[in-house]
Design a protein around this ligand. Structure first.
Ligand SMILES: [Fe+2]
Length: 227
């Protein structure tokens, strides 16, 4: 599919950079950090586990709500944001060149949201490259931290985790080379029919990545079907 990442270099080594993207910060975790992160760094160096890859930015947050229109209008006014895509289930808004900075999901929609308490669905961090996301998954897996949900949304390949209180956090990488192509997809028929995306098996996706399958294939929905 046109518009997806084109691997211009070997993305599977720590020092390479995806075309058009800044390099991802690599370990250099400050000494002041302690606990699981610091221990993870030690584990990485001692057990040849992939090095710590840090997010390049905080991308968005998602709230659950009983009144999408009310919170949409409030946040659009407060942030000067505009609606990027909206349906009865979810609304995406943005105030800059990110495809969405916030989203609001209908708490009453049958499914995974209705039984969860609180209004925060998740916050999201963007990783610099697809390889960074894979390294991040592998490192956390080695530390016994597994995602609760892995979805290719179309715009992003995303892995969701839950902290000990159940707060959601998404680590994502962009699937499209440009934001214009991403927005075009979000306004197209595929996204209109399925704005959530397709589940994937993270272990299968990691295995495909490690063996060198083309990145343009890996970012496609259905590249690593969930069992
Ligand atoms: Fe998200």
């Amino acid at each position: 599919m046109s518009g997806v990442h084109r691997p211009g270099a070997d993305l599977r080594t720590p020092d390479t950079v995806e075309a058009g993207r800044p390099p991802s910060p690599l370990t250099a975790v400050p000494e002041r950090l302690s606990g699981r992160v610091a221990r993870g760094v030690v584990m990485a160096s001692q057990a040849n586990i992939p090095q710590v890859r840090l997010p390049t930015k905080m991308a968005h947050c998602v709230f659950r709500t009983d009144d999408i229109a009310a919170v949409r209008d409030w946040w659009c006014t407060v942030l000067g944001a505009q609606v990027v895509h909206e349906n009865e289930f979810i609304c995406f808004i943005s105030y800059d060149d990110e495809h969405h900075r916030m989203a609001f999901v209908n708490r009453g929609q049958p499914g995974r949201y209705e039984s969860r308490k609180g209004t925060l669905e998740h916050i999201a961090y963007t990783m610099g490259t697809f390889g960074d996301l894979m390294d991040h998954y592998e490192r956390l897996r080695a530390d016994g931290i597994l995602p609760v949900r892995t979805i290719n949304h179309g715009p992003t390949t995303s892995m969701y985790y839950a902290d000990p209180d159940g707060n959601g956090v998404e680590f994502q990488v962009e699937n499209f080379a440009t934001m214009a192509e991403c927005i075009e997809f979000m306004n197209g028929p595929v996204f209109a029919q399925n704005p959530i995306g397709v589940l994937f098996d993270a272990d299968v996706l990691l295995e495909r990545f490690r063996r060198g399958d083309p990145l343009a294939e890996l970012v496609q929905q259905g590249s690593a079907p969930a069992a």
